[in-house]
Design a protein around this ligand. Structure first.
Ligand code: HEM
Length: 487
């Protein structure tokens, strides 16, 4: 049998019985993070679910996450082979879906050295500042014209332009002429595609129920996205001379230059380069935007939190200039708001799926080989035994008391928006900067209110891989700084 429950001494972790063919899938429901949270209340923080042909363990408490992402980290450091990874990520030749091995290690190292590590991040601060400035100008224009701003659109545009510039020296949302729309469309369908294909990662039931439609969409998105990357790379090659003259290398230039740097006999291929560009656009834009959007929603809902954040900024930054990244260390309340948004609204509520090829023992239970691991980051952030009044948005909890020492970077298992262990988010430092800098900039530069007649905030979540607000936040903004700060 695929599930050797009856073997002596092989007791699986507790879990729901489920149906013969689908296993526990029908019990999870359309919003898997909440469905799995409800199941964990019944079966405990380490659960085993039979799902079709492949079982899954689900970790739903800080200590269960520690068990899997610390003690058993290496064993579970692979990714399951799912339709999405095969169809959309060049057969898992990117970083996000690569199994734990020397090629993954090399891609992670190169991404850290050239793009995402602390030094590389400091190198391209200018790009972030420039894009934040453009976003501010666009919003100030909307304010003048009496138009509401759509927060996730502003953010995704800025973040995709940042990622485009640092990877291939291109502002993907700002191409002149006819090309502009097709770039935009491709990026947008790519981003919605992320949600789409990842439903299948976690809940094969959904792709099982709509198998044909999903597969067809996946292939369409892959072709569109591959077309975009191919085009970006062709333009990149055509402009290589200009960049060489200006001494300005982007990520792809640096990857190409490192091609002879074999590590364990590994070489970065052209397909790996495409896969890495794919990773940066998909993993690097929506994730940060979602957290900033939810933080804005919570602050508009709780005016006293908005007021306290603005007070702090007015004291530290003033009204004569816009907020800079160098101000962030002096803005502890802003930092606390970001942590609280990451706790209640983690952008990937079930992280990314991990996978173990080999069997192992967990807390005296037997976990078979070829098992997926799901970490319910969403449930962990709301765990009542780890958090006081877990459902309340209260940034103050990070200023004093037991949570004051907690950071979200994988060191404290009660707050792991980026995951933890060796597969922790490769862009966690970039994600922190994006969230703090863009949220800070938006809150410092404008007063916020909901459009007339739309004063009721809809808090519904959508679930794909990522968890955006179901209804994008639209708001009316009024500048609160001197005009020169928006120039
Ligand atoms: C606040 C923003 C972000 C959040 C909350 C976030 C969250 C996550 C999570 C939960 C994972 C899965 C960890 C695991 O498998 O255990 C992940 C993986 C990853 N993230 Fe992020 N992320 C963010 C921003 C970024 C950015 C800005 C980039 C790059 C530009 C990025 C690149 C990646 C990559 C490449 C992986 C795969 C790592 C691997 O498989 O080894 N992320 N992220």
């Amino acid at each position: 049998s695929l599930h050797p429950t009856s073997a002596p001494g092989r007791r699986l972790p507790p879990g729901p019985p489920g149906l013969p063919l689908l296993g526990a899938l029908p019990l999870i429901g359309p919003a898997p993070h909440t469905g799995l949270t409800a199941l964990a209340r019944k079966y405990g923080p380490v659960m085993y679910l039979r799902m079709g042909t492949c079982g899954a363990v689900v970790a739903s408490s800080p200590s269960a996450a520690r068990t899997f992402l610390k003690a058993l980290d290496a064993r579970f450091a692979n990714r399951p082979a799912v339709a999405s990874s095969v169809d959309i990520t060049y057969g898992s030749q990117n970083m996000v879906f690569a199994n734990y091995g020397p090629k993954w290690k090399l891609m992670r190292k190169l991404a850290s050295v050239h793009l995402l590590g602390a030094r590389a991040l400091a190198d391209w601060a200018r790009v972030r500042r420039d894009e934040a400035g453009r976003a501010l100008r666009g919003m100030a224009e909307a304010a003048e014209a009496g138009r509401p701003v759509v927060v996730p659109e502003v953010l995704v545009c800025a973040l995709a332009n940042i990622v485009g510039q640092i990877t291939v020296s291109k502002r993907v949302f700002d191409v002149q002429g006819d090309e502009s729309n097709s770039y935009k469309d491709m990026i947008v369908s790519l981003l919605t595609g992320v949600g789409l294909f990842n439903i299948g990662d976690f809940v094969p039931a959904l792709s099982w129920l709509d198998l044909q439609g999903v597969q067809a969409k996946l292939r369409r998105i892959h072709n569109q996205f591959d077309g975009l990357i191919t085009k970006l790379l062709a333009e990149h090659a055509a402009t290589a001379g200009d960049r060489a003259r200006e001494g300005r290398q982007d990520f792809v230039d640096r990857l190409r230059a490192s091609k002879d740097d074999d590590e364990d006999g590994q070489t970065i291929t052209e397909v790996n380069i495409k896969g890495l560009i794919f990773d940066m656009f998909t993993a690097g834009t929506d994730t940060s935007s979602i957290i900033v959007e939810w933080a804005m929603v919570e602050m508009i809902k709780n005016p006293s939190i908005m007021a306290r954040a603005q007070e702090e900024m007015d004291r530290v930054v003033g009204h004569d200039r816009r907020l800079e990244e160098s101000d962030i260390p002096n803005l502890p309340y802003l930092q606390a708001v970001c942590k609280e948004a990451m706790r209640l609204h983690p952008s990937t509520p079930l992280s990314l799926p991990h996978f173990s090829f080999e069997e192992c023992e967990v807390d005296g239970y037997y976990v078979p080989g070829n098992t997926r691991l799901l970490i319910n980051i969403w449930a962990i952030g709301r765990d009542p035994s780890a958090w006081e009044d877990p459902l309340e948005f209260r940034p103050e909890r990070f200023l004093s008391g037991p949570a004051a020492k907690v950071d979200p970077l994988g060191n404290y298992f009660e707050l792991i928006p980026f995951g933890a262990g060796r597969r922790i988010c490769a862009g966690k430092l970039a994600g922190m900067v994006f969230v703090q800098y863009f949220l800070g900039t938006l809150v410092h530069a404008f007063e916020w209110r909901l459009p007339d007649g739309e004063e009721k905030l809809d808090m519904a979540e959508t679930f794909g891989l990522a968890m955006p607000k179901a209804v994008p936040l639209r708001a009316v903004v009024t500048p609160r700084l001197v005009p020169a700060a928006y120039a």
